[in-house]
Design a protein around this ligand. Sequence first.
Ligand SMILES: [Zn+2]
Length: 49
Amino acid sequence: MREIITLQCGGCKRRNYSSTRNKKTQTEKLETKKFCPYCRKHTPHKEAK
Ligand SMILES: [Zn+2]
């Protein structure tokens, strides 16, 4: 029941991270703060479509 998702930087829109989510426990869109090497700072990363 796991789905592989891609985390996209909110600043430069680059896809820096990939993660998995459990459809059963997580129904809303994932958003997390991660370090973006392109922005060279922590930015909110959202799940890419
Ligand atoms: Zn970025």
